[in-house]
Structures are given as C-alpha cells and as structure tokens.
Design a binder for this molecule. Structure first.
Ligand code: ADP
Ligand code: TYD
Length: 214
C-alpha cells in the first residue's frame, strides 16, 4: 500500500507522516518512509541542488529535476518495498510537482499542458499511484508562521514570490476535487494528535478493506 502526504511547506504533513510511520512500526507492520525529493543517494544530491539558494534553476529544469529524483526513488526504493508487501509512506509525491511546478511556477501554463505533466508523472513513477493521499490544509499565513518558528532559514523553494503558496494551495484543492476517492483532506489547524487520530482510523479502514479484498 502506497500512502502520500501533501500540503504546503509548514502545513504539518511531515509531522503526520512520521507519526503514522511510528504507529505502523509499533503495530509490527515494517513500513518504509521516504521523503521527496530524497530517499536515495542520487535523489538526496538532487535535493541539495534544488533547495540551494545559490543555484539558479529555471522552472522547466526544476520540474525535470524533481521528476528525476522521483524516478530514482520509485525504482530503487518504493517499488521494491511494495513488491515485498510493505506499506510505503511518502512525505510528498508527484502531486507536489503538479502543485508547485505546474501551478506555483506556472510551468503548465507557460511551457506544457496538464496532460503532458500527468504523462511525465506516470513515466517518472513507472505508473505508481498512491492508494491514499492525505492533504494537510492550512492557510498560507499559518504555514509561514510555523516555518518562521523553525531554526533553519528559508530554502530556495521557500523564498518564492508573493502569492506562490496561495497558487500551490489552490492547485492542491483542485487535485483533491478531481480525485475525491484518493485524496483525504485534513484540517491542518487542528491539534497534531487530532489529525493523527483521523489518519490512523482511515489507514486502519484501508488495511481492513485490503485484507478483505486479498
Ligand atoms: P511540513 O512538513 O508540512 O513542512 P512540519 O510537519 O515540519 O511541516 O511542521 C512544521 C512546524 O509546525 C513544526 O514546528 C511542527 O511541530 C508544527 N506543527 C505541525 N503540525 C502542527 C499542528 N497541527 N498544530 C500546530 N503546530 C504544528
Ligand atoms: P522540504 O524541506 O522537504 O519541505 P517540507 O518539509 O515542506 O516538505 O523541501 C521540499 C521542497 O521542495 C518544498 O518546498 C516543496 C518542494 N517540492 C516541489 O516544489 N516539487 C516537488 O515535486 C517536490 C517533491 C517538492
């Protein structure tokens, strides 16, 4: 089973992904948790290039680099783990590229269309689609306040211009409407434990359904 967490930077999705990983580990499930971009030697190197404030990256190059990091991660880690029957938890997956590069950076509007973007995702992932995607939703102001509380300064992505996170959030909203069976929206302003309780009950339901089907 493949589970992804999505949301704007500071929404709290990494916190939820980690807690779900801990919960499933304690339940003896041996889940694999990965973050994007990252999770393999190559993908972590691409990550440091992409987040480095001193490197200039054009929008199309940015899209292809995120996709390259994903292609490596899917083949090296995610697909093998799924083949072993493990649950894989992704802190971000291709919906991040649709929202951040497609809408945030306007690559889709300027250079490519959405069908091409979806086809790129399909090729990069080798056809992997999450069984469930948790969209942690907070307004851009709340997310910024949470990011400002962290020790690290803004990375290259977080230094984006005004309106960027509003466009990304609007794109996530569209994705969740387009695929209501895959997406589950979570109110990211609720407490960490309340959000996690919602995630755990949903995952338990999905696992029970998978057992019945299997
Ligand atoms: P993301 O992965 O979406 O960037 P994080 O999970 O790293 O976000 O959380 C960003 C910050 O917000 C962290 O300091 C975290 O402790 C805090 N945080 C996460 N979830 C909540 C929440 N539901 N309420 C208040 N603060 C939260
Ligand atoms: P990260 O520090 O992991 O942010 P977060 O904790 O919010 O997940 O940095 C990942 C950054 O890369 C984040 O700003 C989102 C961005 N990103 C994209 O723009 N496109 C993508 O396809 C992915 C996976 C991430």
């Amino acid at each position: 089973m493949l589970i992804s967490f999505e949301g704007i930077d500071g929404s709290g999705k990494s916190t939820q992904a980690r807690l779900l990983h801990d919960y499933l580990s304690e339940a003896g499930q041996n889940p694999l948790m990965v973050r994007e971009p990252g999770g393999t030697d190559l993908s972590e190197k691409i990550r440091s290039l992409l987040l480095n404030e001193d490197v200039q990256v054009e929008p199309m190059a940015e899209l292809l680099l995120f996709s390259a990091a994903r292609a490596q991660l899917c083949r090296e880690k995610i697909r093998p783990a799924l083949n072993e029957g493990r649950i894989v938890i992704c802190d971000r997956f291709y919906d991040s590229s649709t929202a951040y590069q497609g809408a945030g950076r306007d690559v889709a509007v300027e250079d490519v269309d959405i069908d091409w973007l979806n086809s790129l995702h399909q090729r990069a992932t080798g056809g992997l689609v999450p069984d469930r995607t948790y969209l942690v939703e907070v307004d851009a102001g709340t997310a910024l306040a949470r990011r400002n509380r962290s020790d690290a300064g803004p990375d290259r992505m977080e230094g984006a211009s005004d309106g960027f996170y509003e466009r990304v959030a609007a794109a996530y909203d569209r994705l969740a409407r387009q695929e209501p069976d895959r997406f589950l929206r979570l109110d990211g302003t609720a407490s960490i434990s309340a959000i996690q309780a919602r995630v755990q009950s949903d995952v338990n339901r999905l696992l029970a359904a998978a057992r019945t089907e299997g």
